[in-house]
Design a protein around this ligand. Sequence first.
Ligand code: SF4
Ligand code: SF4
Length: 323
Amino acid sequence: MVNRDIKGLIYDIQGFSVHDGPGIRTTVFLKGCPLHCPWCHSPESQGFKKEISFMDMKCIGTAKCGLCLKACPEAAISLGAKEWSNINEEEIQHIAVDFDKCSKCDGWPCADSCFPGALAISGKEYTVGEVVDRVKKDMEFYRHSDEGGATVSGGEAMSQFDFTLNTLMALTEEGINTALDTTGFAPTDKILATLPYVNHYLYDLKHMDSAKHKEVIGVPNELILKNATELAKNGARFQIRIPVIPGFNDSDENFKALSDFIVSLGSAVDTVQLLPYHRFGDVKYERLNRKSPMPPDILPPSEESMKARAKQLTALGLHTVIH
Ligand code: SF4
Ligand code: SF4
């Protein structure tokens, strides 16, 4: 029986998503991930707890506002840099957040006092029922797109297993097409338990060398590969997602091993999605006062190299797209 009262920690819910599974979808992004991919472009998805973020371009300046300076009980907020604002057409003084002093205090008064939303809490608790109600608001879009529906994503959604399973069950009960976006790093019995309630798995594969996988991402890959095989054997449908990271997994040898593995999953694989590395997430690291772990000299792969990889996979009979 579905429990719609279970709570999960979510950092975003995006409507009208066209890259998170078939058709038009609403994607629910859960917080927390046990993997540490250095190229992750959603640093706000990594931690399992709420955190504060600061977007300086939304701050209207301490002269006109400054409410957060008084609101913070830990004196974690102080006067920051003066910068020219194109929006206000004047120089304004921003605030600076000392993230080490921030105690993530009760009620998050800084974010509460910041009406322009420059200071915001990353992470909000939702019940399963609240998520389903939000997803149902976009029902018209799903009806008018081929296999549109809802995608449960992360972070790693399987890390909040009870919430994820019950959300997938409740969506299925409502007749909504479901997708689960996962790294596959989860106990096999738990991932198999999702099978009756998932129409499509968006399944990440990164590197076939387990030692390299562990060295760079923090966990080995055996469980991920085993879970993909078990899901395929039991009737799952997949979109396999491969982030293409220059210098990490874009070698001929790794691509050959990846494609052999994908072919071994047989007709379970609908599509292979190649995701070229990009640096769009750098600004999000700044908002959380972190630095992107990716060295600045790692550049996105060229369009030609992406097309060449896609061609290789297509030649093996795999429907391949680049996003
Ligand atoms: S969460 Fe609390 S301690 Fe942290 S910056 Fe905001 S008001 Fe200060
Ligand atoms: S409350 Fe928000 S807008 Fe006002 S000074 Fe602080 S960060 Fe800027």
